[in-house]
Design a binder for this molecule. Structure first.
Ligand SMILES: [Zn+2]
Ligand SMILES: [Zn+2]
Length: 148
């Protein structure tokens, strides 16, 4: 059981760390043509950038299928990636961008710092020169500003 929890945490953290790097160096690099659809107004329910979520989801499914019989680390890594994906969808797409109008954006409190950080990322909708590429690992300054 401790192994399961450990690999779920590793999967989750690895997604945020690799996601930060992929966002900064690839999505705002060679994949900008795809990622920019997230930085510009959407024309419909989906954007080309959603392909990245589908790829990460596919990796999680493959890992879980491979580790299902033995219920080994692959299954739990896939589970960690899935939990990250659901958290990402819920926080990034539902709370921040309100692609579905389930909940209001938080005006204050703890979560406000994460919202501010992501809004700072979107403030400059250019390929270069933006900030805060992570969703959950963000510079502390956004929390201090949030106290105002
Ligand atoms: Zn971006
Ligand atoms: Zn966004």
């Amino acid at each position: 059981m401790i192994e399961a929890i450990l690999f779920i945490i590793i999967g989750f953290v690895a997604m945020e760390v690799s996601g930060w790097a992929i966002h900064k160096y690839l999505m705002h690099g060679v994949f900008w043509q795809i990622h920019k659809t997230h930085h510009h107004p959407r024309k419909g329910a989906f954007e080309k950038n959603d392909a990245f979520s589908a790829i990460f989801g596919g990796i999680a499914i493959i890992l879980m299928v491979m580790g299902y019989a033995a219920l080994d680390y692959r299954f739990w890594l896939g589970m960690g990636i899935s939990i990250y994906g659901m958290s990402y969808f819920f926080f990034h797409d539902v709370i921040i961008h309100r692609r579905v109008k389930w909940l209001k954006r938080p005006d204050g409190g703890f979560w406000r710092g994460f919202v501010r950080a992501h809004q700072a990322h979107h403030a400059n909708n250019q390929k270069k020169g933006t900030e805060a590429y992570g969703l959950f690992f963000v510079p502390f300054k956004y929390f201090k500003e949030g106290k105002k």
